[in-house]
Design a protein around this ligand. Structure first.
Ligand SMILES: Cc1cc2nc3c(=O)[nH]c(=O)nc-3n(C[C@H](O)[C@H](O)[C@H](O)COP(=O)(O)OP(=O)(O)OC[C@H]3O[C@@H](n4cnc5c(N)ncnc54)[C@H](O)[C@@H]3O)c2cc1C
Length: 287
């Protein structure tokens, strides 16, 4: 059993994010990806949660299997919108009983009912979930950070103020993915100016397929820089070339972040291992 807050006090961390599989075939693929990535000796791995509870049982089962059966420190993502306090509390109690000590506290995107109306719950902000988790057990608590601002934030200054308040109540943050170091480095400076120096792990998404990253970046509010897009477009008919360029650029990004003092690296794996392994292996970095 390991608390991520304690790991971050001792050394830099290496972590991988997965989503819970929907089919037996996807479950086998995930098992393979975890086994291959485990060779890199990750500090922890995390498993996403469908806002409103759409993956409630699947997320819980995968997290508990990883923690108990594989002996790898696991962090459960948990979103609070469209949930009641009782629903969230009972899931937290299950994690507590199973020895899962790390939770990523998120608001989640608004959840709609069949007529397109937002389903209300007892919570609307991640900071409220952080408070509940802290009351419910000895969890180490992470929160989400958006280097380029959350898409619903009216401006960057208010985004940073809310992030600083939320992060002060938690132990660490993990960022949305980004493609150049500046937005992350600026955010760290802006948080420090607000008096918040808790560790913020950069989230890394290796580009293996240009269309997919452009789509995700639009959803996440992360700019895909024009000069990088042009380099990928020049390789449009060469999938192996796109992958190789994606690995090269992500490796450069990671190295710069480590050189600038990032407390670790968190990879969005999309349940695949190859690109992440190539990047992590070529970095002079041991968690
Ligand atoms: C590392 C990471 C992992 C994620 N994992 C998941 C996942 O597993 N499942 C999932 O569904 N989603 C996930 N998300 C996405 C996340 O749920 C969405 O981005 C969601 O819209 C916002 O969540 P949050 O926790 O950042 O919200 P919050 O911190 O509550 O912020 C949401 C917005 O409200 C604003 N705000 C906060 N407090 C206040 C206040 N007091 N007054 C006014 N405005 C305020 C913020 O500035 C921001 O614009 C993840 C995101 C990241 C970065």
């Amino acid at each position: 059993m390991t608390r991520i807050a304690d790991l971050l006090r001792e050394r830099r961390t290496l972590s991988f994010e997965f989503f819970p599989p929907k089919t037996d075939e996807a479950a086998v693929a995930l098992e393979g990806a975890i086994a291959e990535l485990d060779e890199l000796n990750p500090s922890f791995v995390s498993v996403t949660y469908g806002a409103g509870g759409s993956t409630r049982e699947r997320t819980r089962d995968v997290v508990i299997d990883i923690e108990r059966d594989l002996g790898i420190t696991a962090m459960a993502h948990l979103t609070c919108v469209a949930h009641t306090r009782a629903e969230l509390s009972s899931l937290l109690d299950e994690y507590n009983a199973a020895g899962v000590e790390n939770i990523l506290a998120l608001a989640g995107d608004p959840v709609l009912d069949d007529s397109g109306l937002v389903i209300d719950g007892e919570f609307s902000r991640a900071v409220e979930l952080v408070e509940l988790i802290a009351q419910r057990g000895q969890f180490s608590i992470g929160v989400a950070a958006h280097p380029e601002g959350h898409p619903r934030s009216p401006d960057l200054a208010s985004d940073r103020r809310h992030l600083a308040t939320k992060l002060e109540a938690a132990d660490f943050a993990i960022t949305q993915f980004f493609f150049e170091p500046e937005p992350y480095l600026r955010m760290i400076e802006e948080l420090a100016a607000l008096g918040c120096t808790k560790p913020v792990l950069p989230g890394i998404m290796p580009v293996t397929n240009v269309g997919q990253v452009t789509r995700f970046a639009q959803l996440a509010g992360a700019a895909f820089p024009v000069h990088l897009a042009a380099r990928f477009e020049a390789l449009a008919d060469d999938p192996a070339g796109v992958r190789a360029l994606g690995v090269e650029l992500a490796t450069e990004l990671c190295q710069r972040l480590l050189d600038e003092g990032a407390p670790g690296l968190h990879f969005y794996t999309l349940n695949r291992s190859t690109a992440t392994r190539e990047i992590a292996r070529s970095l002079a970095f041991q968690p």
